[in-house]
Design a binder for this molecule. Structure first.
Ligand code: IMP
Length: 424
């Protein structure tokens, strides 16, 4: 199985960081294909907690090569901070981390624009992370962005930055009413950061090609989740990249023919950060309990995550759209103290039963969940490393989720640490 893709099946925060860390043991390369520092992957190794935003979680395994593909938007300041942070904790990224020269650079002006855009009174909030993701991807597709390859060509860089700042100032003046940017300052910023970031720039696609030719194992790490995909998620309440497994081809330059396996990661319940429809959201004590037990606060922004029941329609949709072969179920232990559990099996929309995720977000906004109720186990699953250690009711819940999702559950995560997992 040389190329495996790992994707989030819900609205992100499914616990992919820990799963990448688990699965990367026998991989030689771990590669990110989309997103940016909007992601927050928390991994606990030997009691030490690492929060990674841009660096693939494979960095925590010695000797693994980590790649950031062309589909990622990279905030160099944030990446450098992260490299320094993990270095303090004993992990060295030098010589193991490489960024594609085609990846686009997030500049401070992108972050300012992101926040200004969210603060516009005449527009609905998306609830972005404020990390400049949308503006950087917009510039990329408008062909006005700054890929890292431009850092090597002064003339190209100056001309691109000048044109970009001109466009941004037009927006600042006429749309956002904020302060103007200065191209000289932007260039000075790039000049200060370039010596730190450029040693990491390398032909990531070539590294992947050679690895594939040698039959080495590659793990492609998705960020966010299926329902946040720009094309297939709950638009406009989505992120600006293709989070689904298809993003591997565009974001890393790996042909779809070379992808051998897709692993989907899903929580035993659902969470969402930011605005947008969430049919199974709980606004009661149970939601609060899940939030507290699960520590459901964003690793990137610290925002409280909205919590709700497992949505089988979302799970089936993710299985279908990503071609999920196997499911990793995470955070089962968070439900240890909940007496009655619910799983959404269909929606009621305008008096009709709907069993598939609608292709129109406004329908999803009107959807009312229809639930199947299951007894909770009210005992400990936390820390279990084998099925035998799980309460019977927890096993029944897992079996039911597997049935309604349409793919086998092969790993169950029962806690934060690397060792708290049942591998089937
Ligand atoms: P952006 O990616 O910062 O533009 O934010 C767009 C939407 O995606 C917002 O609802 C964010 O809360 C959500 N989002 C972005 N990254 C993540 C993530 O890593 N986990 C969960 N939600 C995310």
């Amino acid at each position: 199985m040389p190329v495996t893709v790992l994707v989030g099946m819900q609205w992100g925060d499914e616990g992919k960081g820990k799963v990448v860390d688990l699965l990367s043991e026998n991989k030689s390369i771990v590669a990110r294909y989309q997103g940016g520092a909007n992601a927050g992957h928390t991994v606990v190794v030997s009691g030490k907690q690492f929060v990674l935003h841009l660096i693939p979680s494979g960095i925590l395994r010695e000797g693994k090569t980590c790649l950031i593909g062309s589909g990622v938007v990279v905030d160099p300041s944030s990446l450098i901070d992260e490299i320094e942070e993990i270095k303090k904790m004993g992990v060295n990224a030098e010589g193991r981390l490489f960024i594609s020269p085609r990846a686009h650079c997030i500049l401070p002006i992108h972050r300012t624009q992101d926040v200004a855009n969210e603060n516009r009174k005449t527009q609905k909030k998306i609830g972005t992370t404020g990390k400049g993701i949308g503006p950087a991807y917009s510039d990329k597709t408008s062909r006005t962005g700054i890929p890292f390859s431009f850092f090597n060509d002064r003339e190209k860089l100056v001309s691109a930055v000048t044109a970009l700042v001109e466009r941004k100032n037009c927006l600042m003046e006429h749309l956002y009413g904020g302060e103007r940017f200065d191209a000289t300052e932007v260039l000075a910023y790039i000049d200060s950061i370039a010596p730190k970031i450029m040693p990491y720039i390398a032909d990531t696609r070539e590294k992947l090609r050679i690895a594939m030719e040698n039959g080495e194992e590659i793990l492609c790490e998705g960020a966010q989740g299926t329902m946040l995909d720009i094309d297939h998620g709950s638009y406009p309440y989505v992120t600006s990249s293709n989070t689904i497994s298809g993003g591997v081809s565009t974001g890393l330059g790996i042909s779809p023919r070379n992808v051998d396996k897709v692993i989907g990661v899903i929580k035993a319940y659902t969470t969402r950060v930011g605005e947008g429809p969430f049919p199974t959201e709980l606004h009661d004590e149970t939601g609060q309990k899940i939030q507290d037990e699960g520590g459901e606060f964003g690793a990137t922004t610290g925002r409280a995550r909205r919590c709700g029941w497992f949505d089988a329609l979302v799970a089936r949709y993710a299985v279908e759209i990503n071609g999920v072969d196997e499911i990793v179920l995470t955070k089962l232990d968070v439900l240890d103290k909940i007496e009655k559990l619910k799983v959404c099996v269909a929606y009621e929309v305008d008096g009709k039963r709907v069993e598939r995720i609608p292709d129109d977000t406004s329908i999803l906004e009107r959807a009312k969940p229809i639930y199947h109720e299951i007894d909770g186990w009210n005992s400990k699953s936390a820390g279990a490393t084998s099925m035998d250690e799980l309460p019977e009711k927890a096993k029944e819940y897992i079996k039911y989720l597997e049935e309604v999702s349409g793919a086998p559950i092969t790993i169950i995560s029962t806690g934060k640490g690397r060792e708290a997992a049942i591998i089937l």
